[in-house]
Structure formats: structure tokens, C-alpha cells
Ligand binder design. Structure first.
Ligand code: ADP
Length: 194
């Protein structure tokens, strides 16, 4: 079982690349953003709380998202070669908790595939997505800016964390979807052959 993280700022293309990877390598996609949006749709207690946080461009608390991830990883899903975590971890605390969780299974994070894009590209991509998908957090400029600030403050420190562990693989996120996907496949193929 392989454990991959698809990493990057909002609008980097994590969801798009994840769908392609799921097909090619037979992986289970776990997106904390998608899971939270499902809770919002259901209007569950968690969903109602999450909505107020997400709509402001802030992060949901670490314990809540960790519990969601734990459930997904432990859910029976025997027919996959691994997992692709999208939107998690987003804080150092989440990364440490994930390492502990995988350690308890005798596993580790095999690769952090990082889609690198500049802030101006992020904004343009999110504004474009707002026209296609119905996401409240994509509609308002202030919310987008807050997500970018939150990314730099809380999530970017993970780059150093994973670089030090030696499992950080950067990819240019500003190329076409196909070129980005090819770059990612090269990384995964290399890991699979090790
Ligand atoms: P994007 O990558 O475009 O920001 P996501 O769908 O990954 O979109 O996340 C949407 C929102 O859900 C985030 O802005 C945040 O509020 C919340 N969220 C998703 N994943 C996490 C996480 N791991 N920790 C805390 N909050 C999260």
C-alpha cells in the first residue's frame, strides 16, 4: 500500500491531478475539502460548523480533519494500490498526526507531490473555477485572499518538514494538465520501481 500526498496551494490542480492518478494507478482519493463539502450538503452538525469556517477562508480544526482521514484510511477498501491524500495535511500538527497514524500501520508517506504555482496564478485559477463550480469560498475575493494567506502561514511550512524527511517532490503546477500529469507519473513510477 502506497501513501501519496498531493500538495499545493488552493487552485494548484490537486483535485484534477488526483482524478487522473486514481485511474492510472488504482488509488483511493481522499480529499478533505470534498469530505467537508459533503458534510455541508448533509447539513450535519460538523457541516454547519465547517461551512462557517470554510466560507471565511480559514482552516477547520486539526482534530476534526484527522478523524475524517482516519476513518477513510481504515475503511475497508482492499482493491486499491494505495491512497492519495488531497488537501491533507495542511498544518504541521496534521502532518505529525499523519506520520503517527501511518507508523501505527507500519507505513509512511511515500511521496509528497507538490504542485508549485505563484499567487497570481492561484487567484486566476480560483476565479475561473468559480464560474464552473458552485463553491462559496471561490466566489469572494477576500475569501480567496484569506485562503492564500492561510496557505503561506500554516501550510507552506510543511515544505521544509517534508524536504527534511526526503520525500518531497516538486512539480511545475503552471504547465498544462497533461505535462503536469506526466511529471507526476515519472515520480510515481520511480518510487514504484525502488
Ligand atoms: P482548495 O485546495 O481549493 O483550497 P479544498 O477543497 O482542499 O480547496 O479545501 C476547501 C476548504 O476546506 C479549505 O479552505 C479549508 O477551510 C477546509 N479544509 C480542507 N482540508 C483541510 C484540512 N486538512 N485542514 C483544515 N481545513 C481544511
Amino acid at each position: 500500500m502506497k501513501y501519496y500526498i498531493i500538495f499545493g496551494p488552493p487552485g494548484a490542480g490537486k483535485g484534477t491531478q488526483s482524478s487522473l492518478l486514481v485511474e492510472k494507478y488504482c488509488l483511493k482519493h481522499i480529499s478533505t475539502g470534498d469530505l467537508l463539502r459533503k458534510e455541508i450538503e448533509k447539513k450535519s452538525e460538523l457541516g454547519i460548523l465547517a461551512k462557517s469556517i470554510i466560507d471565511k477562508g480559514c482552516l477547520v480544526d486539526d482534530a476534526t480533519v484527522l478523524e475524517m482521514i482516519r476513518k477513510e484510511i481504515f475503511a475497508n477498501k482492499p482493491d486499491v494500490n494505495g491512497f492519495i491524500l488531497d488537501g491533507f495535511p495542511r498544518t504541521i500538527e496534521q502532518a505529525i498526526s499523519l506520520d503517527k497514524l501511518l507508523e501505527s500501520l507500519g507505513r509512511k508517506v511515500d511521496a509528497v507531490i507538490a504542485l508549485e504555482i505563484d499567487d497570481d496564478v492561484m487567484i486566476k485559477r480560483i476565479q475561473h473555477r468559480a464560474k464552473i463550480e458552485d463553491r462559496v469560498d471561490d466566489m469572494d475575493f477576500e475569501t480567496i485572499q484569506n485562503r492564500i494567506i492561510t496557505y503561506h502561514k500554516k501550510t507552506e511550512p510543511l515544505i521544509k518538514y517534508y524536504k527534511e524527511k526526503g520525500n518531497y517532490f516538486p512539480v511545475n503546477g503552471e504547465t498544462s494538465i497533461e505535462d503536469g500529469f506526466n511529471d507526476i507519473c515519472q515520480i510515481i513510477n520511480k518510487i514504484n520501481n525502488e
